[in-house]
Design a protein around this ligand. Structure first.
Ligand code: SAM
Length: 296
């Protein structure tokens, strides 16, 4: 469908800084989009998005998301001093903040309802979330996009940094193979939107060997039986590295950081179940940062 007419700036869109609005693109064709009042239109493929409550809805299906009713729990888990904050997040946030510089454009993929880190002044953070309720609640980002990592509504080579804080393991499909395809598409998109020399930060829980074997044996069956409960699949380090080697631009350089903590630290392993707490030594996953620098 093509739209003729005057380019109008609706009050919803005025909240998007103009330098960022220029970076917006069709999530399918990746070409510039046009904005007509609340409507966002791609002349090339006919994609139609909309502005609602300050959120640019940029996905075909805005079906409800697993995280729509969990954002308040997520917000509470990020309060300084909470067990979840002390386990891993504290060190990771410090490391990420030391990388951010004024003037950078950051894309936070799966940003949730709140940012964990404090960006420097003049650093623009674009939040991307499939959960409408989460992204609408996020007051820390400059731009709110309801979209999926598999179809990022930004122009190619438009951001300095992409960060995923524990969102990769939630990009699940109906089977392991489907899940792998989702993450492969996401990696390809990260490589596309990053500028030359830009960096990708993936903070993830990496499963220990026996846990990964167990997960691979049971996941497909469990997912078909309890799809609403099983919304995570943890990637083994080698699988993530191999996928990145295939789907990120050739010449991207990887650095891995492992975050260690006392084995007696007690924390809630599942954000949406804050009452469930276990000691670190019973937890079969290790927090790691996979950080790739794009070639210049
Ligand atoms: C565990 S939460 C982490 C939220 C936030 N980054 C944090 O650390 O507090 C995972 C987030 O990933 C998002 N997510 C799930 N599938 C996604 C996808 N395909 N693309 C982008 N984000 C996704 C979820 O909606 C959810 O908000």
């Amino acid at each position: 469908m093509r739209y003729q007419g005057k380019h109008l700036h609706h009050k919803n869109l005025m909240r998007i800084p103009s330098h960022i609005e220029k970076l917006l693109a069709c999530p399918n064709a990746h070409l510039p989009i046009r904005v007509f009042e609340e409507r966002i239109v791609c002349d090339q493929c006919g994609f139609e998005g909309q502005m609602k409550d300050g959120v640019a809805i940029m996905m075909e299906s805005s079906a409800t998301s697993y995280f729509d009713d969990k954002y308040e729990v997520m917000q509470a888990g990020h309060e300084g001093g909470s067990p979840a904050w002390n386990f891993g997040y504290k060190q990771q946030v410090r490391l990420f903040e030391s990388y951010l510089k004024p003037g950078m454009t950051v894309l936070d993929v799966g940003c949730g309802p709140t940012l964990l880190y404090q960006p420097p002044k003049n650093c623009s953070v674009i939040g991307l979330e499939p959960s409408f309720n989460s992204i609408r609640a996020n007051k820390n980002v400059q731009v709110r996009l309801q979209a999926s990592a598999a179809g990022i509504p930004l122009a190619s080579h438009s951001v300095d940094c992409v960060v995923c804080f524990y969102s990769i393991h939630h990009m699940v499909g109906t089977s392991i193979s489907d899940t792998r395809t989702n993450v492969h598409c996401a990696l390809k998109e990260f490589g596309r939107v990053l500028r030359n020399g830009g960096e990708l930060f993936i903070f993830e829980m990496t499963p220990m060997y026996f846990f990964a074997m167990f997960q691979n044996l049971l996941w497909n069956q469990a997912r078909s039986r309890i799809p609403n409960l099983l919304d995570m699949y943890f990637w083994q380090g080698n699988d993530l590295r191999n996928a990145a080697a295939k789907f990120l631009p050739t010449g991207s350089l990887l650095k891995i950081t492992v975050f260690r903590d006392s084995v007696f630290t007690v924390f809630p392993p599942v954000f949406s179940l804050p009452w469930l707490k276990i000691p670190r030594f019973l937890y079969p996953l290790t927090p790691k940062l996979y950080q790739w620098k794009m070639p210049n």
